[in-house]
Write a protein that binds this ligand. Structure first.
Ligand code: HEM
Length: 488
């Protein structure tokens, strides 16, 4: 029977021809079942997408298995879809593994509708300080920054791998905001949660998950891709325990964190039809934790890599920071307006870090158009943010690290329209404000206090990025020097 199955698959390859819908964007010819997957390097498809863009133009199509997807390249096209035609392009796929894991709950994978809208509004307002209790977002970030400094001080004069530290720090900031507590860097509770998430992401990006995507008939079978669902359930159980602890210790109307605010919200909107409930709450908490950890920590690691290998940029940032903060203990986010060079450097680091290169996939909510093409409702849309962040004609130095990309002739900070690391339109990253505040406060505090150097035994710096759910630099060692001891 196995032989018959293979024969059947081979016949499918020869006799079924995949046809693009009428007036659909052009693209490479797909194979039955596999679509165009063999034409993309699974380790990093970005170069292949660049090649296809040069051949077919800024809007082209690809088949992921037997389903067509449209790839959007360059600022003009991405903006036309996500901003000008916002409502038509704001959906999320419902047929992918991520859709089945998240079941359309929470925010990230929720379809464009009332539950997504209610939860997005709730999370944004709560994070913007209208309900975080006594301590603001800024204070919570600064608290974590002081722990990062203590940890780095213990490596002063030598070098360390910053991956673990930045990951835990980013996760602590999110934990502090949503669960009201941070964890010591060796706390087993948070280490277990992070390890589970790591295992989950590895499985979710692995070959079995790919098989799940491209051959839907296999989905009900007990194959190893079931592990991804199992790992996700374990993480959910972990969050549910935190929720129970909160329920037992909360005082209604006196929230300590976003979780308490949500419980208050459930009380307030208990009437029929409300989209706030326990299941949605767990999904929202998970979304924020998942979306807010790797993204920020990978960006910080990229920033450090570029700063270490560009001492003149680091020194100029240090001088500007020292001048603006003279006599003060801590930086505040407001200080960014007085630090044009630092702002330009952080934005440039974020551009080069290219952390979420293909955004989160969208889908069309109705039949729609783009340029002269027709896209049916439900088409998967892949915004290639990486193509915008390095688009020739949009940047003075599209392919190299240079803060001049964000400075005008008189040294003022300017943000080009093509700066879209957080995407654009109604689905723009919900954590943009938080991430920008974190990057600013962490980097300003660290550059004020330390000088970071490429260690003598560090080999040749490698700026290539590892492609995955989010892109990250390869592991490296950070040489740490205390500025004060250098002056002394
Ligand atoms: C969505 C980037 C940090 C929460 C997104 C998207 C991108 C992105 C590209 C997809 C937008 C789209 O679908 O068009 C980044 C980058 C970050 C970062 C580069 C850090 C440097 C954060 C943080 C949080 C967060 C700290 C936590 C609060 C979210 C959520 C969504 C999202 C909830 C889904 C929004 C929706 O579907 O409506 N992010 N993100 N992100 N991000 Fe971030």
């Amino acid at each position: 029977s196995v032989v018959l199955l293979w024969l059947f698959i081979l016949l499918l390859f020869f006799f079924i021809r995949v046809r693009r819908p009428k007036n659909f964007p052009p693209g490479p010819r797909p194979l039955p079942i596999l679509g165009n997957l063999l034409q993309l390097d699974p380790a990093n498809p970005l170069k292949d997408l660049e090649r296809l863009k040069r051949r077919y133009g800024n809007v082209f199509s690809l088949y992921i298995g037997s389903r067509p997807a449209v790839v959007l390249n360059g600022l003009e096209v991405v903006r036309e879809a996500l901003v000008t035609r916002a409502a038509e392009y704001a959906g999320r796929p419902t047929h992918m593994m991520a859709s089945h894991i998240f079941k359309g709950k929470g925010i990230i994978m929720a379809n464009y509708g009332s539950s997504w809208r209610d939860h997005r509004r709730f999370a944004l307002t709560t994070l913007r300080n209208f309900g975080l209790g006594k301590r603001s977002m800024e204070e919570r970030i600064l608290e974590e920054v002081s722990h990062i400094c203590t940890e780095l001080e213990s490596s002063a004069g030598s070098s360390m791998d910053p991956q673990h530290l930045f990951h835990l720090a980013a996760s602590n900031i999110i934990c502090s905001l949503i669960f009201g507590e941070r964890f010591e860097y060796d706390d087993p509770v948070i280490l277990t949660l992070i390890q589970r998430l790591d295992e989950f992401l590895k499985e979710a990006l692995g070959p079995w998950a790919m098989l799940y995507e491209i051959i839907p008939v296999l989905r009900p079978l007990p194959l190893p891709f079931r592990n991804v669902f199992h790992k996700f359930d374990q993480i959910k159980e972990h969050i549910k325990k935190v929720v129970t602890k909160h329920k037992n210790s909360r005082v209604a109307g006196e929230p300590r964190d976003l979780l308490d605010c949500y419980l208050d919200q459930i009380d307030k909107t208990a009437e029929e039809g409300s989209t706030f409930n326990d299941t949605q709450m767990v999904s929202l908490l998970l979304d924020l934790f998942l979306a807010g950890t790797d993204t920020t920590s990978n960006t910080l690691r990229s920033a450090m890599l570029h700063l270490m290998t560009n001492q003149h940029v680091q020194d100029r940032c240090h001088r500007e920071i020292a001048e603006v903060l003279e006599g003060r203990a801590d930086a505040s986010f407001e200080d960014r307006h007085a630090m044009p060079y630092v702002q330009a450097t952080i934005h440039e680091a974020q551009r080069m870090s290219d952390t979420v290169p293909l955004s989160v996939f969208h889908t069309t909510c109705s039949d729609t158009q783009l340029h002269s093409y027709q896209l049916p409702q439900g088409t998967t849309v892949i915004p290639n943010l990486s193509s915008v962040l390095h688009e020739e004609g949009q940047w003075k130095f599209p392919h190299e690290f240079n803060p001049e990309n964000f400075l005008n002739e008189v040294g003022e900070f300017v943000k080009p329209e093509a700066f879209l690391p957080f995407s654009a339109g109604p689905r723009v990253c919900l954590g943009e404000g938080l991430a920008r505040m974190e990057l600013f406060l962490v980097l300003v505090t660290l550059l004020r206090r330390f000088r970071f150097v490429w260690p003598e035994d560090g080999g040749v710096p490698d700026f290539s990025l590892i492609f995955g759910g989010t892109q990250s630099p390869k592991p490296y060692r950070l040489g740490v020097r205390l500025r004060s001891s250098e002056r002394g």
